[in-house]
Design a protein around this ligand. Sequence first.
Ligand SMILES: *Cc1c(COP(=O)(O)O)cnc(C)c1O
Length: 377
Amino acid sequence: MRIYLSRPHMSGHEQACVAEAFASNFVAPLGPQLDAFEATVADYLGGGVHCVGLSSGSAALHLALRIAGVGPGDEVWISSMTFAGGIFPVNYLGATPRFFDLDPASWTIDTGILAEELARAARENRLPKAIVPTDLYGQSVDLDALEALADQYGVRLVVDSAESIGARYRAERMAGSGGDAAILSFNGNKIITTSGGGMLVTKHKDWADQARFLATQARDPAPHYEHSTYGYNYRLSNICAAIGLGQMQVLDDRVARRRAIFARYKAALSRPGITFMPEPEGQYSTRWLTAITIDPAQTGTDREAIRLALLDHQIEARPLWKPMHMQPLYHGAPYHGRGVDEGLFEQGLCLPSGSDMTDDQQAEVITHVTAQLDRRA
Ligand SMILES: *Cc1c(COP(=O)(O)O)cnc(C)c1O
């Protein structure tokens, strides 16, 4: 592969931060770089939140749901169109997912459908323990609507913001600051990376305390090892946090670059039958990946033909997430929607969007997509 979907993009600051950690011998899962990284992210998100650095975004979701009280027999209501790491923790806890469709105007969870189902579930006394909407491809969910619904029904809200650090819901509200908690991912393919890592962001101090406790093997205060519950080894290493400190210095540039890549694709590839992911008025998405749909009836080609044509030139493109209610693992699970997500999966393609992609590389992608569209036109 020569052109990747999304690769780690170092700024040059990271090695100095890692060297500092080495110089002080904090080569451990805790240390001053981790404290600084958590404080930097909390500050970036606008303050008023507590951040806990963890080994992955999935670990963050696992802890958030456990702290929310999710257990066997509980339901978790969740966007069907998401990545495995954004749902598997529901299984870890023995809970049951109920899947929700997207709103075609935003490609994030349809809050109208969710509201109807919450009203029905309240009448039938079977409300979920938590709701987990996903900030798809870096676009914030409708936080005002979701926070109001969660309040109204007394249901916990955990926002999957793994793809959206750097996005804004409104000018003054950062993605990743919503709900009872939000989770971030610093995996290698995300907006910024710690080579692997995640974060739990929460407005509740007791949730942050609980997360730190559970993430370090649930050690009760005692000189020996004393445990009244079970925990996990989920803390982010101090060395990885040092990489994150370097990455935070360029986060806004990385988002701006991904948005510029999206804008250039849109200018070059817009034509009947090609749709770009919408961005609701007032929102600022990270455009983590440029997501488009290709309508075979109007273009005479399809997403698979374009994906394979790119692959021939060693360019990586991928279908959008396959909705979880279509996965063998979740066969038969309840789903509420009109199949908007199913259509996006059938016709959707993510184009190379890494912030380190050069203009020439993007021109090459555009050339090959255009050739495929013109060939069938
Ligand atoms: C990446 C991602 C995760 C999981 O994060 P990891 O750090 O890879 O565990 C969860 N949800 C979504 C939507 C993601 O894109």
